[in-house]
Write a protein that binds this ligand. Structure first.
Ligand code: PLP
Length: 405
C-alpha cells in the first residue's frame, strides 16, 4: 500500500525550509529528490568498497566490480533487459543520445533523413543537427498537434522508404508531459527499416517501461529523474546493432588489445564504456530502483496521477492561467502562464513562498516556438508530493496572480 507520508520521511531534503517556508518541491522534471537509501548506498560504496573496477586482482577491486556489474543487472531488470551487453552505463540521457547519433553516423550518408519530434528536449535535437553539419543528413521535424502530442499521422506522411533512416522521439515531452504513441512510432520506424531512437528521460520516472516489449532499437534514461544520483544513466541498445556499430569514445576498458599495429575492441557493453565508469552512482541508481520497488511503484504512480489531475483541474478553474497542451495521456507536468505576467516573475515570487518550480524554455525551444511562447512556468510533480501541497500551491499562485495584476 502506497503511503505518501512515510515515503516523504525517506527524503531528508523534503523537511527543509526555503525563505522560512516549508519547501514544496515541484521541479521534479528537472531532477527528482533522493531517498536516504540512495545516499547511504553511495556513502557505503566510498567508505567500504571504493576501488577501480575490472582490472584489479585485489579484494576491493573485486568487490567494486561485483557491485558495479550487479548494479548494471539491477538496472536492466527494472527495464526488462536481461542481456548485460545491451545495458550501457553512461552519464545520462544526453550522453546516450549523443552516443547513438555519433555511432549511427557510420550508417548514414548525405541526403539520408532523420525524423525528430518537434517537442524534443534539445538533447534529442542538437546531436542530429550536428550530424547534419558533418554528414549532410537532413533533420526533419515531426509536428506536434494542438494537444501537445507528436502526430503519428503526420510522421506517416513524412517518412520516405530508403531515405528516412532514423526516427528519434521522446517517450514523454518534458515541457508538456505528453506521453507519445511510442508503439506507433517504433512500428513506423521498423516498417520502413529505420532505426528507432527513444529519449526515455521523462517516461522512466512515471511509467513501467519494458524496453524489449516496446521494441525500440535504442532507449535512453537518466537516473537523476528517478530518485537516483546525477551523472549516471543508461542507454539500452539491441545487441545485433551494437555488435556491428563502431565504438564511440576510445580509452581504457573499451579495448581488447592495443598495439601500434592495430587495436581490437572489448565485447559489449564495455566496448561503449571507455575509461573509469561512474561506479558509485551506478550503485546509487540501482539503490534508487530498489527503493522505488519497495514503496509500491504502481501505487506511487496512481497517487501521482491523482495529484496531477487535481492540479490540472485547479489550474483550469482559473481564467488567468493558460496551460500548455492538454494531451490525452499526460504525466506529472503542468506547463502554464499567468496571462500578462512573465514566467520568471511567477517563479521568483513562488520561490519566496517556498515553492520550487521551473521557468523558461525547458531545453525545448522549438516547442515554445511552435506555441508562440518565449517560455512557461512549469510545475512538475513526483509521487512524494501531496494533495495538501497542491492546495497550498494554488493558494500561493492566487497570491502571486494578485501581486502581478
Ligand atoms: N531528455 C529529456 C526529455 C529531458 O527532460 C532531459 C533532462 O531534462 C534530458 C533528455 C537530459 O537528460 P540528462 O539530464 O540526463 O542529460
Amino acid at each position: 500500500m502506497f503511503d505518501v507520508q512515510s515515503v516523504r520521511a525517506a527524503f531528508p531534503i523534503l523537511a527543509r525550509e526555503v525563505h522560512g517556508q516549508p519547501l514544496v518541491y515541484f521541479d521534479n522534471a528537472a531532477t527528482s529528490q533522493k531517498p536516504q537509501r540512495v545516499l547511504d548506498a553511495i556513502a557505503h560504496y566510498y567508505t567500504e568498497i571504493n576501488a577501480n573496477v575490472h582490472r584489479g586482482v585485489h579484494t576491493l577491486s573485486g568487490e567494486a566490480t561485483d557491485a558495479y556489474e550487479g548494479a548494471r543487472a539491477r538496472i536492466g531488470q527494472w527495464f526488462g533487459v536481461t542481456d548485460p551487453g545491451e545495458i550501457i552505463l553512461l552519464r545520462g540521457a544526453t550522453e546516450g543520445l549523443n552516443l547513438v547519433a555519433q555511432v549511427l553516423a557510420s550508417q548514414l550518408t548525405a541526403g539520408d533523413e532523420v525524423l525528430v519530434g518537434e517537442t524534443e528536449h534539445h538533447a534529442n535535437i542538437v546531436p542530429w543537427q550536428q550530424l547534419a553539419a558533418t554528414k549532410g543528413v537532413i533533420v526533419t521535424k515531426i509536428p506536434v498537434d494542438a494537444d501537445g502530442m507528436l502526430s503519428l499521422t503526420a510522421a506517416k506522411a513524412l517518412v520516405r522508404q530508403g531515405k528516412t533512416k532514423v526516427i528519434a522521439i521522446g517517450h514523454v515531452s518534458n515541457a508538456i508531459g505528453a506521453v507519445n504513441d511510442m508503439p506507433g512510432f517504433i512500428q513506423l520506424a521498423h516498417d520502413i527499416g529505420a532505426y528507432s531512437v527513444v529519449d526515455g528521460a521523462q517516461a522512466a520516472p512515471h511509467l513501467r517501461v519494458n524496453v524489449p516489449a516496446l521494441g525500440a532499437d535504442f532507449y535512453a534514461v537518466s537516473a537523476h529523474k528517478m530518485c537516483g544520483p546525477t551523472g549516471i544513466g543508461v542507454l539500452f541498445g539491441r545487441r545485433e546493432l551494437l555488435e556491428t556499430l563502431p565504438p564511440w569514445q576510445g580509452g581504457g576498458d573499451m579495448i581488447d588489445r592495443v598495439s601500434f599495429s592495430g587495436t581490437t575492441y572489448n565485447v559489449l557493453p564495455w566496448k561503449f564504456e571507455a575509461g573509469t565508469p561512474n561506479i558509485a552512482d551506478a550503485i546509487g541508481f540501482a539503490a534508487a530502483l530498489d527503493y522505488l520497488e519497495s514503496i509500491d511503484f504502481d501505487g506511487a504512480m496512481e497517487h501521482e496521477a491523482q495529484i496531477h489531475a487535481a492540479l490540472i483541474e485547479a489550474m483550469r478553474a482559473r481564467p488567468q492561467i493558460q496551460i500548455l497542451g492538454h494531451p490525452s495521456h499526460w504525466v506529472s507536468v503542468c506547463s502554464f502562464n499567468v496571462v500578462g505576467a512573465h514566467p520568471t516573475d511567477v517563479g521568483t515570487l513562488l520561490d519566496q513562498l517556498g515553492f520550487a518550480i521551473r521557468t523558461g524554455h525547458h531545453c525545448a525551444m522549438p516547442t515554445m516556438e511552435h506555441f508562440g511562447l518565449s517560455g512557461t512556468a512549469r510545475a512538475s510533480l513526483a509521487f512524494y508530493n501531496t494533495h495538501d501541497e497542491v492546495d497550498r500551491f494554488m493558494d500561493a499562485l492566487d497570491r502571486v496572480i494578485r501581486m502581478l495584476a
